[in-house]
Ligand binder design. Sequence first.
Ligand SMILES: [Mg+2]
Ligand SMILES: [Zn+2]
Length: 196
Amino acid sequence: MRKAVFLDRDGVINRLILNPKTGEYEPPHSPEELDLYPGVISSLHSLMEAGFYLFLVSNQPDYAKGKTTLEEIKAVHNKLDEIFKENKIIFQDYYYCYHHPQGIVPKYSYVCECRKPKPYFLLKAAKDYSIDLSGSWMIGDRDSDIECGNAAGTRTILIEEEHSAGYRGISAPDFFAGDICEAVKIILEFSKKFPT
Ligand SMILES: [Mg+2]
Ligand SMILES: [Zn+2]
């Protein structure tokens, strides 16, 4: 059985972007807005070297909400995938939920099974890739990420990203971190202390 690190995307791997129309910090809506935090690539390399499989688990409801197009969402993903490939970062799978319960695009607006905090994608990865969830980790910047990891039985790290502070406060992560670099240090130190 393999161990994995499940990573949320926006606010963990790439910055949230101020949308002047809403005044809110939102996911990038075009490839040009995709801006990775410093140290992401080397942090992901460290996890791969330590033997972890990497999975991306991301809610992307902004098409369902009428804020962007599916094409733009895919273009942002393709840019991210390209950056990872150029840097020899291997994600075993990318899991995106495009749904939202209160969206305005009927086909994508319902209570789905795959939206975090539901652990659907983590359980799917465990089955499809023989992942030991109890030896795995979920990293995210919102309570929904932590609740997702807790529901799946992983350890959890909450990143206290400044622009997503309004989405935190009720979940119980195992660890807190300032950014992905700190989160990865926690995982590597923990793995050294408690080797499996
Ligand atoms: Mg996030
Ligand atoms: Zn979904």
